[in-house]
Design a protein around this ligand. Structure first.
Ligand SMILES: [Zn+2]
Length: 80
């Protein structure tokens, strides 16, 4: 058996991408289901005192089924 001395290779990916650091514009809210910017409208839902807006009713229905799965904090990676 022959050891191939390559070891672990870094997969050059977008692991450190900062694309999540997006701020919504005034008058807009972030759809927690699909993450896009939506205008405040009747497509909204209240959860724990906060109001969320949705791009379409199917997003709202999905949110209402399990709000926590959409509001869970993004897991932070410990290594940088
Ligand atoms: Zn949506």
């Amino acid at each position: 058996m022959e050891y191939q001395g390559d070891g672990w290779k870094d997969s050059s990916g977008a692991a450190n991408a900062a694309y999540l650091n997006v701020k919504t514009r005034p008058g807009f809210e972030e759809d927690p289901v699909c993450g896009i910017e939506v205008k405040k409208s009747e497509l909204k839902a209240d959860d724990k005192g906060a109001t969320y807006y949705f791009c379409m009713d199917s997003c709202r229905q999905r949110f209402l089924k399990s709000p926590d799965s959409f509001l869970a904090p993004t897991p932070q990676q410990k290594s940088m």
